[in-house]
Design a protein around this ligand. Structure first.
Ligand code: SD4
Length: 339
């Protein structure tokens, strides 16, 4: 792992102040050696280590990102991915995930309920069906047919948070509301898309053969409308990989990412010669240009190119990403940001 002008933060040394002060623009590139894996947010460290167990034995990037994504999916303390995720407005835990490999194969599930590992269902969609995306009741039916157990994913803690939110929730947008304000969905969780609300994991891995794969999994925006799907299961929005170029993934308010087909944009900008950080910065700038009010929300992009160069950019400070290669398996960096 090589860095220029920006020091790595060991997992134990990370504090909010350190992250904030380190989150300055254009502080140089981080380059990982292959194999390697990167993930959004601090809980990406544990996910990366599960992926590393695959990569370090010469395993495939696709297997690595699936193994990694399953870690936060089963983490009962993580309320934004998988089991124990915060429910939608009506109390249903509804999960979104997608996966993509170096050949452009991809699979996705959206609004999937009662299945603890949506990333593995997304992989089955990719490998066992001629389709890319299954949603809602159909996705659940497919998962059950594939042998995934049906489970209750709403934990007591998540139910209690939902009950507390309902007490003074003013969130009842019309389906086509032009005034939908994400802040009303967030309530006590703080900035929409920020660390307190959205904690999607997006993972990108390069294996020893140099092939790239990615995975993205989330319970989406807490207290969302029933049926709402974010960017995370949408190929090109929440995740995109291209074995000629590299890969990108996103976290934060998914509507803003979908509008700009964010991860595809980042990869295409890298194809045109931008560094991962420059490409992520431009994708965030597009969001803000189209909708200046998005500065009140959080969206972050994370990208890696085929040379192992890594970069990230977010609207607001507070975004972080975890890096792992043979040199260091528990590194965490702050994402540079506009605000
Ligand atoms: C969504 N992008 O559903 C996801 C949520 C998220 O960090 O990123 N959380 O919009």
């Amino acid at each position: 792992m090589t860095m220029s002008r920006r020091g790595l933060i060991g997992a134990s040394a990370v504090g909010a102040g350190l992250l904030a002060s380190a989150a300055r623009a254009g502080e140089g590139a981080t380059t990982l050696s292959k194999p390697c894996v990167i993930s959004t947010w601090d809980f990406g460290i544990a996910a990366n280590q599960a992926a590393w167990a695959v990569l370090s034995k010469g395993g495939r990037a696709l297997d690595a990102v699936e193994a990694g994504a399953r870690i936060p999916e089963q983490d009962l303390k993580n309320h934004s991915v998988g089991r124990a995720g915060y429910p939608d407005r009506d109390g249903h835990v509804s999960l979104d995930a997608c996966i993509m490999d170096e050949q452009g194969n991809c699979g996705s599930v959206a609004a999937l309920e009662h299945i603890a590992h949506p990333i593995s269902v997304a992989r089955r969609v990719m490998e066992k069906t001629p389709h890319v995306m299954l949603v809602g009741a159909g996705a659940l039916q497919f998962a059950l047919e594939q042998g995934f157990p049906r489970e209750e994913l709403l934990t007591d803690e998540s139910r209690a948070a939902w009950e507390a939110w309902k007490k003074d929730a003013k969130y009842a947008p019309r389906a086509n509301s032009e005034n939908l304000d994400y802040r009303q969905t967030s309530g006590q969780l703080g900035t929409p898309g920020g660390a307190g609300n959205h904690d999607t994991i997006g993972m990108l891995a390069l294996d020893a053969a140099g092939n790239i794969s990615g995975a993205c999994t989330t319970s989406g925006m807490a207290w969302k409308l029933r049926g709402r799907v974010g960017d995370s299961p949408i190929i090109g929005a929440g995740l995109y990989v291209d074995n000629e170029v590299g890969g990108a993934t996103s976290t934060g308010v998914g509507e803003e990412v979908i509008r700009n087909v964010g991860s595809f944009l980042v990869v295409e900008l890298m194809r045109q010669g931008r560094s991962p950080e420059e490409a992520c910065k431009e994708a965030v700038a597009r969001i803000l240009k189209k909708k200046p009010a998005a500065r009140d929300f959080q969206v972050g992009f994370l990208a890696i190119n085929k040379r192992g160069e890594v970069g990230a950019w977010a609207i607001q400070k507070g975004f972080s990403y975890a890096l792992c290669d043979a040199g260091k398996q528990d590194a965490l960096l702050p994402g540079a940001s506009f605000y």
